[in-house]
Design a protein. Structure first.
Length: 99
């Protein structure tokens, strides 16, 4: 996928599909029911800025995004166990005495 600077300013169904949208969703977006579109002749386009803003809004609506925001604000510090706690000595592994 191209980065946002490589995307065309006006995007057609083909560019939306190149981004990973299904064909049906690309055409649904270009119907104008979801986002404002620009009609030139019989063709319809969506402006890159409008699409990227909408995608950012969709990301914020996602429950996982809200969880990440909460985790960033209230995340307790991580504590690590000592690596020696989980390791067996060779004698313990072989069933021998450790004393």
């Amino acid at each position: 996928m191209r980065n946002r600077f490589e995307l065309p300013m006006m995007m057609s169904a083909k560019e939306l599909q190149d981004m990973g949208f299904s064909r049906s969703l690309a055409y649904k977006i270009l119907q104008g029911d979801i986002l404002p579109v620009v009609s030139i002749g019989k063709r319809r386009f969506i402006r890159q800025a409008v699409l990227l803003k909408w995608l950012a809004e969709q990301e914020q609506k996602c429950p996982a995004a809200r969880l990440l925001d909460c985790d960033r604000a209230e995340a307790p510090p991580l504590t690590e166990d000592s690596p020696d706690d989980d390791q067996l000595s060779f004698d313990e592994y072989e069933g021998g005495d450790t004393a």
